[in-house]
Structure formats: C-alpha cells, structure tokens
Design a protein around this ligand. Structure first.
Ligand code: TEU
Length: 560
C-alpha cells in the first residue's frame, strides 16, 4: 500500500444537530450547542465531525430539503455561529465535514420556484425533471422512498415533476450542465469558508435512466421500485469525475458518497484509490439484511439478522475493495436504528458487553470508521408506544401506506416494526446527564428523550472507566497508533465461514497479526484458535481471558 492518506487514518463522529445539544432552550439542538460540546467530541479522540444538514430548509425531512444551500437554518443558528463552530473545531484539531444534498433540493429553493414557470426561454425549467402526463397519469410507475408516487402534478404548468423522496424534495436534473455548474459553484463557495469535506446524500441516484422507463414492482407493492433502477445510473461516474475536477481535486478533503444500491463493482469506481471520484462510499447491504421477507413491506420488520449473512456481507466488502478502493465502516447513522438494540442486546445485563463487542468487531476492519452520536454511550432504541410519538416522515408515511392503504401489515405489528426500525430511534436527543430532558434542553424536546437516560448518559460514562465511551476511545487510539489497522490484509479465520455464534478474523501486516474473536450470542461457547501462547489481549470486554471459552458477547483482540 502506498502511503496512507489522512482520511484513511481518521475516525469520524456524526452529529445530528437537531438532537445534539440545545443552547437556547427552544427544544431543538443548535450550532452553539455543538460548539459547547466540542470538548466532549475531542475527548473521544475522533478526527472529523460530520454535520447533518444545517442549511435553510422547509424542514419536512430533517433538513434534507434545502431551500438555500448558502444560508444556515435560523432555528440552528446563524452563519456567524457556524464560522465560530468551524474555528473552534479547527483549534481543537477537529475537521468538519458538511452534508451535500444535491440529488434534490427543497421545493422552496429559488431554482425550483423559478423552474415552475413553463416558459420556452425559462433557463430554470430544466434544472428539475419535468414530464408530460401519459394517458392522464404519472409519466411512469415510480414510487417515492417515502411512500406514494414519485411524481407530483403542477396545475399551472400542466406537467409532473419527479421526486424520489417527498413531494417537497424535487429531483435536480444533473443532465443539465447549468445545474451541475451551479452545484459546483456552491461547493467551491463552501470550500472558501474552510470546511474539510462533504458527505454526499444519495449521490448514486443523480443520473436517471434514459427515457425514465417503468421500474419493477416489489411483490404487490403499489409502485415500482425507482431506487433500484436509478442507482448507479449511466452518467453518475462522469458527473462525479467532473465534480472532482471542478471542485474536489483542489482541496485536501474527506469525501464520502451515500450510495444506496451500490455494489462492490460500482464502489471500485466511486471510491477507487486513483482518487478520480470520491474517497469512499457508504454501502447499504449490511443494513438491509434484516428487512422484511415480503419485498412489498420493504425495510419494516423486527427480525434479527443471522450472523452468517452479516459476516458474508462484511467480508465481501473487506475483500472486494482491498487495495483498489476504500471502505467506510458504520453500524449507525441518523437513518438507522441503534445498533446495540439491532445486532447486539439492549438488555441491561448485556448492553455494555454487546455494544463493545460490536464496536471492536467493526473498528478492526479496514476502512474509515463512523461513530454516530450516542453510539459511544451504547444508546438504545426508543420504545415509543404510540404513533403520535414519531416525527419521521418515512415512518409516518409507511404506517399510513402499509396499515391503512394497502393493509399489508396490521397496526400492532407496524408499531413493533417502528420500534425496531424507525429512523427516530437514532434521532432522540443526545443523553448528556441525569438532569431534566437528559441535559439536552430545559424545554420539551422536539422528539421525546429516551426514558433510559438516567442510566445511559455521557456524564455517567465519563465517570466509569469501564464505559462504552472509554472503550471507543481506546479503539480510536489504537487505530491512530497501529498502521496494521489501516493497512493490514483482512482474512476470515479458517473454519469461521458458517459459524452462527462467533465471528473471527485476522489482519496481517508484515510479520504482525491482529486476531479479532467476537461472540455474537448471549450464550457461553467454546472455540479453539491456533494462536501463540502467552498473548496479552489488546482489547477485551471482560476482565480476564478464559482461553477457548467465550462468554456472552465476549470480544477478544490479540496482537502477535
Ligand atoms: O437517505 C437516503 C436513503 O437511501 C434513504 O432512503 C435511507 O435508505 C432510508 O432513510 C433508510 O430508512 C438520505 C438521508 O440520509 C436521509 O435522511 C434522507 O431522508 C434522504 O437521503 C433524502 O434526502
């Protein structure tokens, strides 16, 4: 491997601004709140903060509906607050990565407002994707990711516009060179502010297929699955190479594409080590393994993933990108339920053990790790009992579509599915201490605080040397210290391929080996691995080492 780049050695911490820290007691987190907590993030030892969108927004999808790319959402603060945050972060040695949402804008964005006028010489019409109706219907059968059709009719101009997400999120037309130019200009404007990179929202969707044909339906779903058809479109790599030339190549940035529908083959292009497109991508396959077996129901379920399936997938990505492209490593983000509840065990007896096991398993793999706020505390899913507690557009629309319209799921079952998979599980306020609303705000928070905050909070974690927090801190320190974690070759332990309880792999660099052994179950199991005797454990989540016996959720990392 050639000399590693800084972002290959880095660890990223994701902040969902609305839910991190409220500084003005309106119940919504804000930029000043984040600035106030930079010391905490620094203490964890990460290198980069990724901020979910903080721009002016119509606020129907947690800020992923941007109405002005160059203005700050006033609810979160001002441009001066952002500059202060950036300056303080840099003083602490933390880089700041912004969210770039340019598959679509908000319907309130000036470009879309101008686009509405259907005049022959309207230069903005073609910034979005407008089509005539076909036989009095939508131009094709595509469904929106948030339920319903992906097309909305505009009475005044007599055409439909495309929105792969909510109707308030019209898709930008990347086919139009002027659209691309405006986007690149905006990115350069942020570069001048001194930011350190971009996470690019659904960037795999920007090139739509020629002629916009119907998409295959999943089972008896009401609409065609547009995502599958649109992902990795014919021109996406061309557009990203153009972006790279016009913007990215000028800066020493970190860039990560959120690439729903990405395959290993495609990732080799998006995230190739030649640097012609992006640094890395978020793949989604391991987040879809526990989806419903009825494709029409999609992600909604509460079943557990099998270890074999999870391992097969992670190994495929480790091996598939090795020496050719770069992985990102994540268990959580603002769209996913909490990992300790999902792949671990949130029962008080096992919560800390399983959170540590999952952390170690991921952090010794090759790639850049991302930690989502609260993951370092072992925060769990919420247990909202009523639909009224949810705020997320995806969850609410899915409930209406699946329970009320298509009746594919009954209401009790759907409430269980929401508890298991709703995006709101990630978005409940950060748990800082035992004071009112977990120290997030003195005002009632925009989304209910998880009731377990008296036990699970940052203050308690910082006082407990055995906490999940210090475990993550240790993993980050090791990554910064040991090149084998960045560069070592990944290999599954032989015989581990079908093991339903234990995941065991090695990393190797020159004469050195790291061996990771993780028990995914709440049972004692025995496994014998051929390792040199008298080895000190580099990382462990129990006090001692019982040799071949692995206790519930035990993880052991040897280096020899
Ligand atoms: O998510 C893109 C995406 O693929 C989602 O459909 C994701 O799979 C889903 O939320 C999981 O349930 C991005 C953002 O991360 C998300 O928050 C936005 O809502 C979405 O784009 C639209 O901008």
């Amino acid at each position: 491997m050639t000399k590693s780049k800084w972002w290959q050695k880095a660890v990223v911490y994701q902040v969902y601004p609305k839910s991190f820290q409220d500084s003005d007691n309106d119940g919504i987190g804000d930029l000043k709140g984040i600035t106030k907590r930079l010391g905490y993030i620094r203490k964890l030892g990460v290198d980069v903060i990724w901020l979910n969108p903080i721009y002016k927004t119509s606020n129907i999808d947690g800020g992923y509906d941007i109405s002005d790319y160059q203005a700050i959402n006033p609810v979160l603060g001002s441009m001066a607050d952002f500059e202060e945050l950036l300056k303080k972060a840099h003083e602490l040695g933390l880089k700041v990565m912004m969210d770039l949402v340019v598959n679509h804008s908000s319907f309130e964005h000036e470009w879309f407002q101008k686009s509405l006028a259907k005049k022959k010489d309207n230069p903005y019409r073609d910034y979005y994707i407008w089509r005539d109706s076909v036989n009095g219907h939508e131009p094709n059968n595509w469904g929106s990711s948030f339920s319903g059709p992906a097309w909305t009719y505009d009475e005044d101009s007599g055409q439909y516009y495309l929105h792969l997400f909510a109707k308030e999120q019209p898709d930008l037309n990347w086919n139009n060179p002027n659209t691309r130019h405006s986007i690149f200009e905006m990115m350069n404007w942020w570069a001048n502010k001194g930011i350190d990179g971009f996470r690019m929202d659904v960037i795999s969707f920007i090139s739509k297929p020629e002629g916009l044909p119907d998409a295959p339906k999943r089972g008896n779903a009401p609409y065609g699955n547009a995502g599958a058809l649109v992902a990795n479109g014919a021109h996406v790599h061309e557009y990203l190479r153009e972006m790279n030339q016009q913007v990215l190549s000028k800066y020493d940035w970190i860039t990560v594409g959120e690439t729903a529908g990405v395959t290993v083959e495609e990732a080799l292009k998006y995230a190739g080590l030649d640097g012609s497109e992006l640094n890395m991508v978020f793949q989604f396959e391991h987040m879809g393994l526990d989806k419903n077996q009825n494709p029409a129901i999609g992600k909604w379920d509460d079943r557990r993933v099998s270890l074999s399936e999870l391992r097969d997938n992670l190994v495929k990505w480790q091996k598939g990108l090795a020496k050719k492209a770069w992985n990102s490593l994540y268990w959580n983000n603002h769209d996913q339920p909490r990992i300790v509840s999902r792949f671990g065990n949130a029962d008080p007896e096992y919560r800390v053990l399983s959170a540590k096991m999952l952390a170690a398993l991921l952090h010794f793999m090759q790639g850049t790790p991302y930690i989502y706020q609260g993951e370092e505390l072992g925060m769990t899913n919420t247990n909202f009992e009523s639909l009224k507690d949810y705020q997320d557009i995806e969850s609410l629309n899915a409930y209406h579509e699946l329970v009320e319209q298509t009746k594919l799921v009954d209401s009790q079952t759907m409430l269980r599915y929401l508890q298991a998979r709703s995006r709101d599980n990630a978005r409940t306020p950060m748990q800082w201490d035992t004071s009112i609303n977990a120290g997030f705000s003195e005002h009632t928070p925009w989304l209910k605080v998880n009731q377990n905050y008296k036990k699970i909070n940052a203050e308690a974690a910082l006082q407990d040397s055995n906490s999940v927090f210090y475990f993550y801190q240790h993993l980050i320190e090791l990554r910064h210290k040991l090149p084998i974690i960045i560069e070592g070759d990944f290999e599954l332990m032989s015989g581990n391929e079908k093991d339903e309880a234990v995941f065991a792999y090695t990393r190797k660099l020159k004469e050195r080996t790291i061996l990771v052994i993780a028990n995914f179950t709440a049972q004692n199991v025995e496994r014998v691995y051929d390792i040199p005797s008298s080895n000190e454990l580099l990382v462990k989540n129990y006090e001692d080492d019982c040799g071949k016996k692995l206790r519930p959720y035990e993880v052991k990392v040897y280096m020899y």
